[in-house]
Design a protein around this ligand. Structure first.
Ligand code: FHN
Length: 418
């Protein structure tokens, strides 16, 4: 089913910040000397930490270095347009001040501050959409949440959990912090169609413009959420998003050093945007509220590209019909502009099968015009544009040539015998 989230800001945003932060961040990937092999936020479940033991983490959770202004500034500098914060992950701990459940960062920790209040204020100032991740089905702290204890989920009183925790918390999130861009539901598991529908309707009744993410369950999401770190191989119709990590974990892990570099991240972003999607890139702050330095560094470098070349990203549409997969460039498009995002320092870029007239070719970052030649292969009726970028390129990792065309994209020829 083609999804339409109906919110223009989200369609144009293309790049957002995911934040996985919770009590699991304090364990940082190991418990009582046992190293967790997988993603950090699953430590309670995977290492069988009893609820009573896990609760004790709260009494020591004191992220003294949390600074909402710094986090939001990082998102802004990185060129991200929305921020999705884990208000409650599967461990059931609310990372905001919940009135209906004491297992939350204000009531259960010595920290005593409400990060959401601070983040929402900073987002508002910065023009970034504040959004929440909320684990609507799994709750390892509530006896009727999925995944709690050994009882099969089918035997739980999910209705009670919905009425006493999930819906009251959604109400808090959607009434206490101003306009919320979207709720990022996750892992619906065996939720019934009626339950997914009820939660979606509930969100809409509180904030009609708040988008309901793809993982509400039962195909009721307003955009398609791909698998984690999974990119559709072809341009994909409708609204969709790829949630993705910078290293291998969402929640902070001391020993995960498998950081992607700016070249990787930009390549992934361009690929996703080129196929019509949004890129939701995660950071996992630590127990003190500090964002790992490698994440900060990579986000700044990607941000530098976006500051110079953002026009080739924000508000773009999927590029449909270009028949070749060419290694050193990725195309993005908006109206009658085709953006050639290329790596390295090629002296020539061959763009074949472009069946329209080029009006102007220029580096997006500087406006410097680029010479191009046009050739036409009569037999295959194939047009070819050869671009000659300058030796001195303004940006690291990727540069962008803005081709102004006589027609709106798609304007590509078919693959035929040459
Ligand atoms: O189980 C979660 C996981 O911890 C993480 O939050 C990701 C993010 O997309 N979602 C689930 C797995 O897909």
């Amino acid at each position: 089913m083609i999804k339409d989230c109906k919110q223009q800001w989200w369609k144009e945003a293309k790049y957002g910040m995911f934040i996985h932060w919770g009590l699991y961040s304090a364990l940082a990937g190991s418990y009582k000397g046992t190293e967790l092999p997988g993603i950090g936020e699953w430590i309670m479940k995977r290492l069988n930490i009893p609820v009573a033991e896990y609760e004790k983490l709260a009494s020591e959770f004191n992220p003294q270095n949390f600074n909402a202004a710094q986090w939001v500034k990082l998102a802004k500098d990185a060129g991200m347009k929305y921020l999705v914060y884990t208000a409650k992950h599967h461990d059931g701990f609310a990372m905001y001040h919940s009135d209906c459940n004491k297992f939350n960062i204000v009531d259960a920790t010595p920290f005593g501050r409400d990060p959401v209040k601070e983040l929402a204020e900073e987002c508002k100032k910065a023009g970034i959409a504040m959004c929440f991740y909320y684990s609507q089905a799994q709750d390892w702290h509530d006896p009727d949440g999925y995944g709690y204890g050994p009882t099969p989920d089918e035997d739980k009183n999910f209705r009670r959990y919905l009425d006493e925790k999930c819906k009251p918390q959604l109400k808090e999130l959607l009434t206490k912090y101003g306009g919320i861009g979207l709720i990022w539901f996750d892992t619906p598991q065996i939720m019934s169609y009626e339950h997914s529908k009820e939660l979606k309707d509930y969100v809409k009744s509180l904030q009609p413009n708040c988008i309901v993410s793809g993982r509400i369950g039962n195909q009721l999401g307003e955009y398609m959420s791909t698998g984690d770190n999974r990119i559709p191989i072809n341009p994909f119709d409708g609204d969709w998003e790829v949630p993705a990590t910078i290293n291998n974990t969402w929640g902070y892990k001391t020993n995960d050093h498998n950081w992607k570099d700016p070249q990787d991240i930009l390549g992934l972003m361009l690929k996703i945007n080129s196929r019509g999607g949004n890129y939701l890139l995660n950071i996992g702050p630590d127990a003190l509220g500090q964002i790992p330095q490698p994440s900060i560094d990579v986000l700044h470098k990607v941000g530098a590209f976006l500051q110079a070349n953002g026009e080739a990203i924000y508000g773009t549409q999927a590029v449909r019909g270009y028949p070749y997969d060419i290694e050193n460039f990725i195309l993005t498009t908006k109206d009658n502009h085709l953006y050639v995002n290329f790596t390295g320092k090629p002296s020539k870029i061959h763009l074949t099968l472009l069946n329209t007239e080029v009006k102007r070719a220029a580096l997006l970052a500087t406006g410097e015009e680029i010479p191009w030649e046009h050739s036409y292969a009569k037999a295959s009726k194939a047009n070819r544009i050869i671009l000659s970028p300058p030796g001195n390129l303004p940006c690291d990792f990727y540069n962008t040539i803005d081709l102004e065309l006589a027609d709106k994209v798609p304007v590509f020829g078919k693959l035929e015998d040459l």
